[in-house]
Each structure stands twice: as C-alpha cells, then as structure tokens.
Design a protein around this ligand. Structure first.
Ligand SMILES: Cc1cc2nc3c(=O)[nH]c(=O)nc-3n(C[C@H](O)[C@H](O)[C@H](O)COP(=O)(O)OP(=O)(O)OC[C@H]3O[C@@H](n4cnc5c(N)ncnc54)[C@H](O)[C@@H]3O)c2cc1C
Length: 670
C-alpha cells in the first residue's frame, strides 16, 4: 500500500501537535466533573500516525510495528513484533450503526472480505438501538433506500408490525449483511490497532471469547466517536469552543399508542459520553426523568422500553484531510469534489445560544434562520483523518466543525457516507493506493450509478437586487434579506445606513440596523440601542421556530461592535432581570418556555456583551470587572434554563457554573 503524500503530522486547527485540549467542563449541578481536562482527548504524541516516533526498547532494532490501545483516555503505543494474524480481511468496519451497517454491506457487495465489529447485539446504532426511528431531512438516494424498502416489506409482511420500523430495519440490515458475506461479530468492542507508520495492519477487539485480533487492509471507523481515529493518533475536536459542550443528548423511549409503536424523546441534558462515569450517570438519571413517567403520556399509552443506546447527537469530530467549517461554507468556499450533499437546517438544540459561536448567533439569532435548510457538499477528504493511509471515518464524526455538526448528522446522510467509505475502500484496495489517492471521477461515477451522489437539493436563493433586499428588510420575515445584505458586503453599507436612519418604517429601520451591524458598521448603534431599551420582543418569521427576540440580536451585536456606552444598561439587565412568563404570541420562540428562560436569555446575552466590550475597551475593564465580581461571581448568582421538551415537563438545566467559569476565564485574559 503506497503512503499518502499529504500532510501526515497530527496537528489540530490551533496548531497543537498530537492532542486537542478540551475546555474544562462541569456537571450541571455545579460539582466539578471527574473529567481531567488535561488528559481529555490527549493522544500520546508518539502515537501520531506516520508522524510518530519509534518507541520502547525495540527502537534500536528498527521495529516499526506499534500496538495502539485506548487506555485512560489516551492512545498508548507499544512497539511489538509483527503479529501473525489468524485471518486478514480486506476491510474491517468498526461499529455497525447507521453508517457502519451500510458500509459493511457495501464493502462486502463490492467483493471485499469484510469483518464488522459491533459492541451492541444488533445493527443500526442510533437509528435502531437508539430508537431514533424517523428521518429528518438528509438527502435521498443510494443503497440505504433499497435497505429501507426491504425493511418496509418485512414490517408489512412479517410479524414485525412495531410501527416504528426499528426491529424490521435491524433484520433488513442483518439479512443484507449475511447475504453479502459480512463476518459479523456482536458484543465485540474494538480496543486496539496494529500500525506501521500511518497504515493500520490489524484490529484488536474484546468480546465474549476474550481478546481477538485480525489483520486488515483498510479500516472504516463508524463508531460515531472516531474511536479508531483517535486510537491511531489522529486529532479530533469535541464540543463548542466556548466551553466544550456538545449538543444535548436524549434518552429515547418507545411506547404503544393506538396500537402503533412510537418513539418519543425530549432533550435530557448534556454529557461527555466518552467518560464512562458521566455516561453512566446520564443513563441512570435520564431514564427516570419526569419526561419518561406516566403523567407525561395519555391514559391509554403503554411504555414499552427505554432505548438501550443513549441518544448522542454529537461525538468527536475528526480533523480530516479537509475539515469543513460553517465559516467557509457561508463564504462559498466549497469543495470542488463533492460526493454527496448533507441536507438539513443547523438543528442546534442549544438553548444557551449566547455561548455558541458568533456565526451561529449571526445565523440563528440575528438572521432568525434556524429552520433554513442548507446543502453541504462533502468531499472524500472529510472522511479521511489526517496522518493515515488506510483509514476512513463515516458517520457523525466526519471532519466538520461544531456548527456544521448540527446539520451534517442526519440518518440518510450518515448512511450515504457509509456507502461512500466502502466504495472508496474498494477503489483504494483495487489500485493498491492510499484512500486519499482514490480517483474522484471514478468514485463519483460509482456513486452516481447507485443514486448516492444525487445533485444538490434545492436551498435558499439569496437576494441580489437592492429593492428586493429593502422589501425583505421591511417585512416580518427579514432573515434572507439580512443575510443577503451581509453576503453583498460593502456595497450595501450606504443603502443600509439610509434605511436605518429613517424613522417611518420601524421594521426597515431595525432590520437594516441588524444587517449593518453584521457588516461591522457603527451606524447601526442608535437603532440597536432602541431595541435593547424597548426590550423588543419582535420575532422574525423567517424560521418557523426557534426565533429569538430582536432585543437579543441587538444585545449580541452591540457587544460585537464594542458599544461601551451601553455598559450601564447591560449591567442593569444582568443585575435586575425581570423573569416573565411566556406569552402566547411567543410560541415560535422555543427558547422561552418559562420565566427562568426569559431571564436566562437576557442575562446570558448581556453578560457576554459586557465581556466582549471589555475585550475591546481597556478603559471599561475595571468597571466591568467590579460589576461581574459583585453580581455574577457571587454565590447568590443563579442562571438556569429549561431544556427542549415536547412534553409539559420542563427539565431545568443549571448554567450558573458555566457562566461563572466563562466570566472568570475572560477576566483572567484582560
Ligand atoms: C435523540 C436523537 C434524535 C435524532 N433525530 C433524528 C431524526 O429525527 N432524523 C434523522 O435523520 N436523524 C436524527 N438524529 C441523528 C442521527 O440519528 C445520528 O446522527 C446518526 O444515526 C448517527 O449515525 P452514526 O453511524 O454516526 O452512529 P451510530 O448509529 O450511533 O453508530 C455507531 C455504532 O458504533 C458502535 N460502536 C461504537 N464504538 C465501538 C467500538 N469501539 N467497537 C464496536 N462498536 C462500536 C455503536 O454501538 C453503534 O452501533 C438524531 C439523533 C439523536 C441522538
């Protein structure tokens, strides 16, 4: 197998070599978690792919084979003799979940001898064992559609009338895998790798018969958490930049309603599921939440089971040969070699959007574009972890950033990337090349034939004419116009200033101010201040839900513009927030379902704006420091919000410690 000539060193986005340091996190109840932040996701530097050093006593003898194992949250390398594997497979697929089941079936159908290792007792992962039964967007086409047809047939003709299709899907996947000749190993967990340079020579796993090993020519990591990639010494990221929090998890239940099986879930909290203690705590706590109890359901409903696999929305995200970011996406820096288009909205479940990235806030809060669907072109390079030659990652760990991960995770798309990984593996083995050298045109051709590489689904058309933008800004659905103006940039500053200065049309004035502020123009400040002083509760109708108050967008933007004159008003908001019960007309604003939520949104935006203003102006730092020490870092400070819920039960999430830590870190940086 030839080695890839591409960047082999394991260096992350911020230039760290060999490891990614995750921000410190604490449990929602305020107790420090057992997570050791320094050790978290640390990968031994010497374990890093072809960039690794030779280690151990055998170095002098020129031994190059390493056994890499995930021990105490690190990849630990030991120099070893070349093992004699009882059997060598063309492809080993780790994790037979949403992506992995399709990858294994496709690999075997392509003629590769394929071993599939799965730690559960059936296939389908989150989509079956996690009881996430339904599709939510994602792009159509490809092998998964055949498997779904078979699943529907089994459900109709067999006795598998569970209504949710979960049991039938498991069976359809198993049937197809066995027919294709996949060697399946259930209740087996991959725990180690044999590597020579950046090439994986074999996989070690533990199962009912103890520790076993097999050789391989290519590995497809479908663990959902890049477990093989980090074991191999590749770097990965976890959670958002501000505090390392990933998207909320859910504990899914299935219930019998009117003779049909339904799955039901509500956000249960936040967890670092790569930590056994935290994961167990989450499993135990969420299974007994009020959202799972009888009073949540109709009298005739019958609870069948709690899904055996916890619903994790976001895991580790690899640093790929190409890592896709939302920033690059909105600037139109797309790959020229798309294999498929992931298709959904930024389905971010965070209620504390003030702690998400700036761009996320500009999209969802200022633009009100939460439900706008985007089509993200995915190249093969986003499936290849940096520094490896024969490893592909498929599933929710693709090389995307935290913002895009809320979109690039839907089941249809994850199944598609399983198919793509298998086809790429086939071509690489056929040509005896690194997976990164697979010819794009040929791979794309194969995917077109199977329907996997369909054209981009229709998405928004941005506006380019000034009159169209003006009328959009004057409307109650201004999101597309606000972002169209942002995209057009400097040429819009003149007209926006003019529309912002007039007073006859309130929407035009205010929405022009939002657009102008996105372009960094201080001409927006007077109108933004008005929105804050009025506590403007207007919600854009561009998104059908998760629209935020215009006042929140204005607070965020004043912080970004560094408006030091607003410091007293922002302090007032933090110190004297008035909790208000939600009004009926706020139905689209799912961020506010309680008086606590109302308070939390104002406090979090105002606090973050104060800290941003302090970043910009050294002259106000002393004042802001004294204020936050008194009001935020004080023991009496409380901040909590309620998680997304489809039931009347509102699960509280305590964010006090999160906000205090963020504040302390910021003060320390001044
Ligand atoms: C609560 C919730 C609701 C969602 N709602 C929707 C929706 O409505 N529609 C939609 O399209 N998408 C939805 N999604 C998203 C989608 O379901 C997931 O993103 C997708 O299923 C993830 O696929 P995956 O293959 O990456 O991971 P998984 O399907 O979880 O597969 C990973 C597999 O790897 C196995 N594994 C892990 N480590 C090892 C190891 N070391 N050795 C062996 N096996 C291992 C696991 O047991 C698992 O089977 C939802 C997700 C969640 C959590």
């Amino acid at each position: 197998m030839a080695r890839s000539s591409r960047g082999l060193a394991a260096v992350d986005d911020r230039g760290h070599r060999g490891y990614v340091r995750a921000p410190r996190r604490e449990r929602s109840d305020g107790h420090p978690s057992e997570l050791d932040p320094a050790a978290f996701l640390r990968v031994c530097e010497f374990a890093g792919g072809a960039g690794g050093r030779r280690t151990g006593g055998k170095e002098g003898r020129g031994w190059r084979m390493k056994l890499l194992q995930w021990i105490d949250k690190q990849s630990v390398a030991t120099a070893v003799d070349r093992p004699r594997f009882e059997r060598t497979f063309d492809a080993i697929v780790v994790g037979l979940g949403t992506a992995g089941a399709v990858a294994a079936i496709e690999a075997a159908r392509s003629g590769l001898s394929t071993l599939g290792i799965e730690r559960q007792t059936s296939m389908g992962g989150t989509g079956t064992n996690g009881h996430v039964a339904h599709y939510y967007f994602g792009a159509k086409g490809g092998l998964y559609e055949q498997l779904d047809e078979r699943s529907a047939q089994l459900e109709k003709e067999g006795c598998l009338t569970d209504g949710a299709g979960v049991e039938a899907k498991k069976l359809a996947l198993e049937e197809a895998a066995l027919q294709a000749g996949v060697t399946i190993r259930y209740e087996c967990t991959a725990i180690g790798l044999y590597m020579e340079g950046g090439t994986i020579a074999g996989v070690r796993w533990v199962g009912p018969d103890g520790v076993r090993e097999a050789g391989c020519r290519v590995v497809i990591d479908c663990s959902g958490d890049a477990e093989i990639a980090v074991m191999a010494g590749c770097t990965a990221r976890f959670g958002r930049d501000s505090d390392g929090t990933t998207h909320a998890y859910s504990n899914v239940v299935s219930l019998l309603r009117n003779g049909r099986v339904k799955s039901f879930y509500t956000d249960s909290g936040y967890v670092d599921h790569t930590d056994a203690a935290e994961l167990t705590e989450a499993l135990l706590a969420s299974a007994t939440l009020p959202t799972h109890l009888k009073q949540t359901f109709d009298e005739s409903d019958r609870l069948l089971k709690v899904a055996p696999q916890l619903g994790i929305r976001e895991g580790r995200l690899i640093n790929g040969d190409q890592t896709l970011t939302f920033e690059r996406f909105v600037h139109g820096e797309w790959t020229e070699e798309p294999l498929f288009y992931a298709y959904a909205n930024l389905d971010n479940h965070a209620k504390d959007l003030a702690l998400e990235s700036d761009l996320q806030q500009e999209w969802s809060v200022v633009g009100g574009l939460w439900s706008l669907r985007i089509a993200v072109p995915i190249p093969l390079a986003a499936l290849i972890p940096q520094g490896t030659t024969n490893l592909l990652v498929a599933g929710r760990s693709l090389a995307v950033d935290h913002d895009l991960a809320s979109c690039v995770r839907m089941k249809r798309d994850m199944q598609k990337c399983g198919e793509i990984a298998a086809k790429a593996a086939y071509l690489a083995l056929r040509d005896n090349t690194a997976v990164s050298e697979v010819p794009y045109a040929e791979l794309r051709g194969l995917l077109e034939r199977s329907g996997c590489a369909a054209e981009a689904p229709d998405t928004v058309e941005w506006l380019s004419e000034r009159d169209d933008i003006r009328s959009g800004l004057a409307s109650e659905t201004p999101g597309i116009a606000i972002w169209s103006a942002r995209r057009l940039g400097g040429s819009m500053i003149g007209p926006l200033r003019e529309w912002c200065a007039q007073k006859q049309d309130g929407h035009l004035r205010k929405h022009s101010a939002l657009a102008l502020a996105l372009l960094g123009d201080a001409g927006a400040i007077p109108a933004l201040r008005e929105m804050v002083l009025e506590r403007d509760a207007f919600m854009s109708g561009t998104s059908h839900m998760y629209s935020q108050f215009r006042a929140h967008a204005a607070i965020y933007l004043l912080g970004k513009l560094g408006d030091a004159e607003m410091v007293p008003e922002l302090e007032r908001i933090v110190a004297e927030p008035i909790g208000r019960e939600p009004e009926e007309s706020w139905i689209r604003n799912k961020f506010i379902v309680s008086a606590d939520d109302y308070r939390f949104q104002y406090v979090s935006y105002a606090l973050l704006a104060l800290l941003r203003i302090g970043d910009r102006h050294a002259s106000v730092r002393e004042r802001i420091t004294a204020f936050v020490r008194r009001e935020v870092l004080d023991e009496s400070f409380q901040a909590r919000f309620h998680l997304n819920s489809v039931s009347e039960y509102k699960l509280p999430h305590h964010a006090t410690v999160q906000l205090q830590r963020l504040t302390r870190d910021r003060l320390a940086s001044w």
